[in-house]
Design a protein around this ligand. Structure first.
Ligand SMILES: *[C@@H]1O[C@H](CO)[C@@H](O)[C@H](O)[C@H]1NC(C)=O
Ligand SMILES: *[C@@H]1O[C@H](CO)[C@@H](O)[C@H](O)[C@H]1NC(C)=O
Ligand SMILES: *[C@@H]1O[C@H](CO)[C@@H](O)[C@H](O)[C@H]1NC(C)=O
Ligand SMILES: *[C@@H]1O[C@H](CO)[C@@H](O)[C@H](O)[C@H]1NC(C)=O
Ligand SMILES: *[C@@H]1O[C@H](CO)[C@@H](O)[C@H](O)[C@H]1NC(C)=O
Ligand SMILES: *[C@@H]1O[C@H](CO)[C@@H](O)[C@H](O)[C@H]1NC(C)=O
Ligand SMILES: *[C@@H]1O[C@H](CO)[C@@H](O)[C@H](O)[C@H]1NC(C)=O
Ligand SMILES: *[C@@H]1O[C@H](CO)[C@@H](O)[C@H](O)[C@H]1NC(C)=O
Length: 493
């Protein structure tokens, strides 16, 4: 050490300005080693520093800001509290709002993690619903805030994540649980609207039905929507025990004002990623809740002339449409199915127009139906309200098979997801003439609204086969236990 010091001392000063400092430094170190007086002086400085550190630590409020203090301590800034405030204010101002609809993903709006809240990722376990939950471990404890109530362009609405201690200035804090939905289609169509609701029901089941929403925020392409179709609204109301309050952001969160949700769940992938079993649970719960809501009791509806429950009763229901995809000759088609039903003992035949039935009339009718006979269309969404394992017969006008794309199979899908049996579809070989040639894509605009004819031979044989199958299944079931279909309370209630 001594040698080092003397050597250092011997080093000639290099010719640049901080040489004085350099020399002083060396001098200091040298003297500290040799002078007891200076050593004591240094020691006392150290003690003073140590005490100061301690005082600093004691002044530190026990908050999440401790990491800032750790960082601050060596600097020995005596104006500690105001620094914390400054940093908190900085965090508050650092909350960055991004457009709800990210136009960079215009071409792939529904792929990956979508153009809706494109900077965030979903929580997804194999076979389970995909969701985002705020605050959560995944959000690092941050809440979801939204700004803007634009109903015309989602790029004008925005979102941000913020810690509860540093929410954006003047933000409205909304208590309770908020369901935030993203739908690429709309909330009026019962099929598309229902698809957007399925993940919320799945999440609800995942939480033992213990979490009920305080409000719903509906987005369509990032644009705010304030209405659901009546059928969907009542179904959700039944499923969530009346908790369907659709947020309008009237008094708060309009324009440039932020709203932060105490707890929020965001869904943007419909039933995507969910296993068939999980989907089936969702439809089971909605069916059960809808029946409860409408006071449809199986014991009552299936009663057979005072002899008690009779599972061998078969309900065949035709749900008719008006306009596009209605039957050209309704009475002729009704005649065929009615005749076949009457040829089977215990078969009851119903005909209804879905557009003039109330929600509960639809629920009641479906609870009596084992075979649903209906053209392709939204009214078929009602199928999940039948008992499990019931049958669906679907009809298409000319041209759909080749031109309508994958969307024409949605009622095959919902049948599978809700535990029904899709008995195939009849496709009308004849229909409106298309001037571009049968396979031209432009023909779809003509075929889309086409009407459906009939083939008496085919319809009668098809009806006979399905009726036979259903009868066999029901008799088998009746002999098993007798009253297996009696529902007693819904899942997790
Ligand atoms: C200490 O805090 C005050 C007040 O926030 C600030 O003005 C000053 O720059 C800080 N000093 C250091 C060394 O960070
Ligand atoms: C917050 O509200 C106050 C009072 O209305 C207003 O003066 C201020 O500009 C607002 N701040 C922001 C960031 O909107
Ligand atoms: C929703 O349910 C609540 C309570 O069950 C009821 O008071 C309300 O009228 C329902 N609203 C709709 C639209 O069904
Ligand atoms: C959005 O909020 C602003 C400010 O509160 C309000 O003036 C405007 O009318 C709202 N727009 C809609 C569509 O509700
Ligand atoms: C409908 O079908 C019935 C029975 O086949 C037939 O009598 C009637 O003329 C048809 N009506 C029309 C408008 O084609
Ligand atoms: C139901 O609607 C159909 C067609 O729109 C109509 O012919 C029928 O009379 C209506 N029934 C009732 C009970 O309103
Ligand atoms: C539906 O059918 C399957 C197999 O055909 C059977 O295992 C299941 O128990 C049935 N479910 C109900 C609710 O009848
Ligand atoms: C009607 O269906 C029967 C049985 O599938 C079939 O043999 C017949 O060709 C069909 N008739 C027409 C006009 O398509």
């Amino acid at each position: 050490m001594t040698r080092l010091v003397s050597e250092t001392n011997r080093v000639p000063p290099i010719s640049y300005s901080p040489k004085h400092h350099h020399n002083n430094h060396n001098h200091h170190r040298t003297t500290s080693l040799y002078s007891p007086k200076l050593s004591i002086c240094l020691l006392s400085t150290c003690v003073t520093l140590f005490i100061l550190f301690q005082i600093q630590s004691l002044q530190t409020p026990p908050s999440s800001w401790s990491f800032i203090h750790h960082f601050q301590n060596p600097i020995l800034n005596t104006t500690q509290t105001s620094t914390t405030t400054t940093i908190a204010a900085k965090f508050q101002q650092a909350v960055t709002f991004l457009p709800l609809k990210d136009l960079r993903y215009t071409q792939t709006a529904q792929q990956g993690h979508t153009w809706f809240m494109s900077s965030t990722y979903d929580t997804h376990e194999q076979g389970e619903v995909q969701f985002q939950h705020f605050p959560s471990k995944a959000s690092k404890g941050r809440l979801l805030c939204v700004k803007g109530n634009d109903t015309h362009d989602g790029a004008w609405n925005s979102y941000a994540l913020a810690w509860p201690e540093t929410l954006p200035e003047n933000a409205t804090h909304m208590d309770g649980l908020t369901f935030v939905s993203y739908n690429h289609y709309n909330y009026d169509n019962i099929w598309h609207g229902l698809s957007a609701m399925v993940p919320f029901v799945a999440w609800h089941i995942k939480n033992e039905c213990s979490k009920l929403p305080t409000r719903w925020v509906l987005y369509h392409w990032g644009e705010l929507r304030t209405k659901m179709g009546p059928w969907l609204k009542i179904l959700m109301n039944a499923t969530f025990n009346g908790y369907v309050d659709i947020e309008r952001f009237d008094d708060s969160g309009g324009g440039d004002r932020a709203v932060c949700f105490e707890e929020a769940v965001v869904m943007r992938h419909n039933e995507g990623g969910m296993s068939r079993e999980r989907r089936m649970e969702v439809y089971d719960l909605m069916r059960c809740k809808a029946r409860l809501y409408c006071n449809v009791r199986m014991e009552e509806s299936r009663e057979d002339g005072g002899r008690g429950l009779n599972l061998a009763v078969i309900g065949m229901t035709m749900l008719m449409r008006t306009g596009a995809r209605s039957f050209k000759n309704e009475s002729a088609v009704i005649g065929i199915f009615e005749r076949e039903c009457h040829n089977v003992e215990g078969c009851r035949f119903f005909v209804a127009h879905s557009n003039n039935l109330t929600f509960c009339q639809q629920v009641k009718l479906m609870s009596l139906t084992d075979i649903l006979v209906s053209p392709h269309g939204a009214q078929l969404t009602n199928m999940f309200l039948m008992d499990r394992n019931s049958s669906v017969m679907e009809f298409f006008p000319k041209g759909w098979l080749k031109l309508a794309g994958v969307g024409q199979y949605v009622y095959h899908w919902i049948a599978s997801w809700s535990g029904m049996k899709h008995q195939g579809a009849w496709r009308d070989p004849s229909g409106d003439h298309c001037p571009y040639g049968e396979d031209d894509r432009r023909c779809m605009s003509i075929y889309k609204s086409g009407k459906i004819g009939y083939n008496e031979t085919f319809f009668a044989e098809w009806a006979r086969n399905v009726l036979h199958e259903v009868k066999m299944r029901k008799m088998e079931k009746a002999s098993e236990k007798g009253i297996a279909a009696t529902a007693s309370g819904c899942a997790c209630s």
